[in-house]
Structures are given as structure tokens and as C-alpha cells.
Design a protein around this ligand. Sequence first.
Ligand code: SF4
Length: 217
Amino acid sequence: MKPADIAEFYRRLADRLPEPQTELDYVNDYTLLVAVVLSAQATDAGVNAATRDLFAAVTTPEQMLALGEEGLKRHIRTIGLFNTKAKNVIALSRALIEEHGGRVPADFEALRSLPGVGRKTANVVMNSAFGAETFAVDTHVFRVANRTGLAPGKKPEQVEARLDAVTPPPYRRHAHHWLILHGRYVCKARKPECWRCVVRDLCRYQPKTPPPAESGE
Ligand code: SF4
């Protein structure tokens, strides 16, 4: 995609939602980190349903250790991979207390070194908690970046680097949110809804999907 088209692509997504937010519920940096760790291979709605009661009682690493792994599992057993995630949340809470004074570090590499925290999670926390211009590549961002030709790449790290290289300044802070939401609600995995897409003339995906009536659905 040409630089002018990339700017126009973001301008249109931004126009629809100037201040996008994560759809995960959280009350502080720590609960954001926990929610993002829990969200791997799970829906935000499913994580929110599980954390509603959890975050009413637990908002610090110290409180999480007091709750303990079995107590945490009781809250999150509706979420996929909850056994592993419970272990990781307890371990990362301990690491925050022992290595970071109980606070979530505003540092990508420090976040990455925490149990259960990968590039995507560290990027989400840096962006949403600390305002960093990071590009978290989840399944939606990966798909939209490749389909449209905005930032093609075979691996998430390649797409992340490409987004970093091509995304112009006014849009860098919120780019990944706009791409997630576009992928979740319009450029869907199984069948993109091209007929109602605001960037269809800029996107290289072919053939564009027609409205359901025209496709016989
Ligand atoms: S035109 Fe279709 S494939 Fe392209 S971004 Fe829009 S919904 Fe996705």
C-alpha cells in the first residue's frame, strides 16, 4: 500500500472511533496485565465475565498471592487453559513483588521477562497502560494487515515491524486498536464484510465479498 493510502486507511478507521479502548475490563495497570494474560486464546467477553468478581476482590499482586493458585482457578475456570494461566498469574505476581516493588514496570523487556507474558501482551500493556506507540499483533491485526496489504508478513513479528515502519505519527498510538476492532467486527476471519467496509477501495483483498442478499445467504 502506498503511504498516502495508508494514511487514508487509518484516517477512515480513526474517523469512526477517535479514541478506541481495549474491550477488556480492568481497574489498574496490574489488573490490565492479568486480563491480557488471561485473554490468550479466549474472547474478551469471556475474560470479562470471569474477572468481574475477581477484580472486585483482587487488584494488587499481594492480594493475588493471598488468594492463591487454587482460589484463582475458581474464578477463571471458564477460560481456556486456565490451569496454566493461573500458574503464570501467580508467578508473575510474585515476580512483580520481588523484582519491581509490586508495580507493573513501564519497560517492554521487563514485562517480557515475566511468566506468561509474550510480545503481544507486553505491547498491549505498554500501549494501554503507559501510552507507548506499540503494535500488538493478535490474530485480528495479523489477518487485517495481511489481507489489506497494509503490513504483510508471514509471522507476527514481521507484521509488527512493518506496522511500526509504515504507520504515520498521528495514528501510531491507536493503530492496533483500530485494526483489532476492524478485524473483529468487519474484516472477520471466515467472511470479511467487504460490502460495508470503509476501506474497501484501499484494500487489495479480492474478490470483495458481496452483501448476503447477493451471495444468496
Ligand atoms: S475490503 Fe474486505 S478484506 Fe478488505 S479490509 Fe475491508 S472487509 Fe477486510
